[in-house]
Design a protein around this ligand. Structure first.
Ligand code: SF4
Length: 313
């Protein structure tokens, strides 16, 4: 049994933390990875794809780190096309997003079980790692062959740092061991990552999450409505279509917003407590900390989904 990885990869969600990791490696502050892997649900905002293009062009390529964009395989019996939006509206497929429905008591909203992250993000990464290791499915990966996978978990969310679910992957979390945090402690917080990104000209790093993710909080829905009207219209249309489609595995009417109202009628102008805190302190750190408490606003990472307030349907 060896402890030497055959391969070292970065799980590149393209959000704040994983972007910081890629820049740190490109600067030589972290060892270089053999590959960076981005899982594409097919329904990310355009600015995430633009960010990824720029990252690849300006950071990964000059540093010699290949970026692989992977998506779930299409054409199988489950009618998966690789585009989460399209697949979620396919009458023959199961709902894969954690939409809201009325619970059994008829009183409260409940979320249906989330399958999208596993299907559309985790599985494609695992398949790519196996391919890069030289053991694509169904070839068994020998017990002593594994890849080390770096994941962008910051100190404020350290509880999300977990072992990989398969033997051929071993997770590491380099941000948790970084020096130079603003508070002098070991490990970078999301705020440290944001400050670093700003200092390197990457302060506009977007949150990576599907346009119509039900984990969006009111702040994120307003951001879409007020600043990205095409994406807002796309989400409103998707929300509407969800209820026009007979979806397998779900009986109650599905909604993207917790209020169980159509998205364009939902009370998204209601301001949460953390947002008030954010508004009252205009310092950059205060804003970032308030945002960090608003879990659903942080985007979706393959290995550490940041909106995990799941409830049984
Ligand atoms: S962003 Fe939301 S909808 Fe998209 S994969 Fe993650 S949890 Fe699912």
């Amino acid at each position: 049994m060896t402890d030497t990885p055959r391969l070292r990869v970065l799980s590149l969600g393209a959000g704040v933390q994983s972007t910081a990791l890629l820049l740190l490696a490109a600067e030589g502050r972290l060892p270089k990875w053999d590959a960076a892997i981005f899982s594409d649900t097919g329904w990310e905002p355009q600015r995430v794809y633009a960010h990824l293009d720029r990252l690849e062009r300006e950071v990964a390529q000059p540093a010699g780190i290949p970026v692989y964009r992977v998506c779930v395989g299409g054409g199988n019996a489950q009618r998966i096309s690789g585009n989460l939006r399209a697949d979620s509206l396919n009458p023959g497929s199961f709902v894969r997003m954690p939409v809201f429905v009325i619970d059994k008591s008829g009183q409260r909203p409940a979320m249906v079980r989330r399958q999208c992250t596993e299907e559309y993000k985790v599985k494609p990464i695992k398949a790519k790692v196996r391919e890069l290791l030289g053991y694509p499915h169904p070839r068994p990966v020998p017990a002593d062959v594994f890849a080390e996978q770096a994941i962008g978990i910051s100190r404020d969310e350290f509880e999300r740092a977990k072992d990989a679910p398969v033997r051929y992957l071993r997770n590491v979390h380099p941000l948790l061991e970084m020096d130079g945090a603003a508070d002098g402690r070991e490990g970078w917080t999301r705020t440290d990552c944001l400050r670093y990104l700003r200092s390197r000209g990457w302060g506009e790093t977007p949150k990576s999450a599907c346009i119509g993710c039900p984990y969006h909080g009111n702040r994120q829905w307003r951001e879409l409505r007020d600043h990205h009207p095409e994406e807002w219209a796309d989400a409103v249309d998707f929300d509407h279509q969800l209820r026009q489609t007979q979806l397998r595995g779900i009986k109650a009417a599905p909604y993207l917003h917790r209020s169980l109202l159509p998205l364009d009628q939902a009370p998204i102008d209601r301001v949460s407590r953390t947002e008030w805190a954010d508004r009252q302190g205009d310092l950059f750190d205060a804003a970032a900390d308030a945002e960090a408490e608003d879990g659903a606003a942080l985007g979706c990472s393959p290995w550490s989904c940041r909106g995990e307030e799941e409830m049984p349907a």
